[in-house]
Ligand binder design. Structure first.
Ligand SMILES: [Zn+2]
Length: 448
């Protein structure tokens, strides 16, 4: 029997911070109560430290299969665990694109053998695979999405095809998650700047090319269709305040039919940083203005936005080089997402309770994940223990993502993740990993 007793941790859970002990037996949390003692258990002394439910990241690109020169499920799940992320949901723009149920199951098989974190994989949806996509097993797959697939075809993002979305939304009984940007507006803006700069468009124009208007138009159109069909829609990586204002904050997250997220890079960086960081902060949707950045955090705090994700999308340093058109969009974030949010806590911008809510509880609510996302007796023991006052600097030596760079390089974070427990196993322990135990496939309630 595998037993761990965490002593005197400040447990941050469900809107409260409680100093207590947590006994883990095998995969699950057995007992939450102060002053416990237990023979034959590993004791973790957590006096002065903080314990969160493991972070659940609903948007990562771990690049396997097909793009393993950038990243693998093994390498990135390891970086995620070191960042306190115990569960992830991965996007379908791997090679081949995840457009059939058979290809989808192949990804689960890879993760079962190599992922240190718990996992789910989105089924890909494009204009040709509606019948296949809607057959997806909703209790075993997190949802269907078009995210990232626009890189591999000329048709672009589904938000640009309202007639097709009507058909999809009318037929689908599972959660649909979308990337929403308007292709026509982006094309128009690209041509405009190309006329001035040819291929050498300065990176600071990225948010004027993939513009606020491009995001807003697409998001409005998608919301209209989803509301008509009362679909369970989730919008990834909202990057503008104007879009955030389109979402409802009157219903509790568990009752919302339409939910949305902000990502770490849109909360941390702004268009002021392009000069300094260039292609290293080139993302789609683009990082926008300071007003958008602060507006997104405000929208998280007043519940128009529901969760925080990473959109972790590594490329090699070589692939991030070159002119505006050559340098690929995306970068690694899973290792630094929670430390970045804890930095906001130090700056007085968000409480620890709200971080746990937005990075763990609400993700479980949105996807109706079974027995994860909270620190509760009987639930899986997915936990992250951190020290709020243990400063460290991001550098080449401690970046774990396979691509070996980070937009956070040289950033000093005040808080350090010390230990991460996944399904009751101490997988990350102050810099070392237990790589012998793999995570589990997440399960979901049928009614979403
Ligand atoms: Zn996307």
């Amino acid at each position: 029997m595998n037993k761990i007793l965490i002593k005197s941790a400040n447990v941050v859970n469900e809107g409260k911070i409680t100093n207590t002990d947590i006994l883990i037996v095998n995969e699950r949390i057995e007992k939450i109560a102060p002053n416990q003692s237990e023979s034959n258990s590993l004791i973790i002394e957590a006096e002065g430290l903080y314990l969160f439910p493991g972070v659940i990241d609903d948007q990562v690109h771990f690049r396997e299969p097909g793009l393993t020169h950038k990243a693998t499920i093994q390498s990135e799940s390891k970086a995620a665990i070191a960042g306190g992320i115990t569960s992830f949901m991965d996007m379908p723009n791997t090679i081949p694109n995840t457009l059939t149920l058979e290809l989808l199951e192949e990804k689960y098989a890879i993760a079962a053998k190599s992922s240190l974190a718990n996992y789910s994989f989105f089924m890909g949806i494009n204009k040709d695979n509606l019948e296949e996509a809607i057959k997806v097993d909703t209790e075993n797959v997190c949802g269907i999405t078009d995210d990232g697939l626009y890189f591999n075809n000329d048709e672009g993002i589904l938000a640009n095809y309202p007639d097709y979305l009507e058909k999809l939304f009318a037929r689908s009984e599972t959660l649909i998650a979308l990337h929403s940007e308007n292709d026509a507006i982006i094309r128009y803006n690209t041509e405009k700047y190309k006329k001035i700069y040819n291929d050498d468009i300065p990176f600071r124009f990225h948010p004027l090319i993939r513009s606020e208007e491009a995001c807003l138009e697409a998001t409005k159109s998608v919301l209209d269709i989803a509301r008509k069909h009362n679909n369970r829609l989730h919008l990834f990586h909202i990057s503008t305040l104007k879009e955030a204002n389109l979402f409802d904050n009157t219903l509790p997250v568990s009752q919302k039919r339409i939910t949305a997220e902000a990502c770490i890079h849109h909360l941390w960086f702004s268009d002021k940083d392009y000069e300094r960081l260039g292609a290293n902060i080139k993302w789609n949707p683009a990082i926008k203005t300071v007003q958008d950045k602060t507006g997104l955090l405000a929208a998280l705090l007043d519940n128009r936005l529901d969760i925080i994700a990473t959109d972790h999308a590594p490329h090699t340093t070589e692939e991030k080089k070159g002119n505006y058109f050559k340098a690929m969009s995306g970068g690694p974030l899973v290792q630094h997402a929670l430390p970045a949010m804890l930095e906001f806590y130090h700056q007085g911008k968000i409480s620890l309770e709200r971080i746990a809510e937005k990075m763990s509880h609400n993700v479980a609510e949105i996807y109706k994940i079974k027995e994860r996302g909270y620190i509760r007796e009987g639930y899986y023991a997915d936990l992250v223990l951190f020290d709020l006052n243990n400063p460290w600097k991001v550098n080449m030596e401690n970046i774990l993502s396979k691509c070996q760079w980070s937009p956070f390089e040289n950033q000093v974070f005040s808080s350090k993740i010390l230990q991460t427990i996944v399904n009751g196993n101490l997988v990350y322990d102050k810099g070392s990993f237990n790589e012998n135990i793999n995570g589990l496939r997440m399960k979901f309630s049928k009614i979403r």
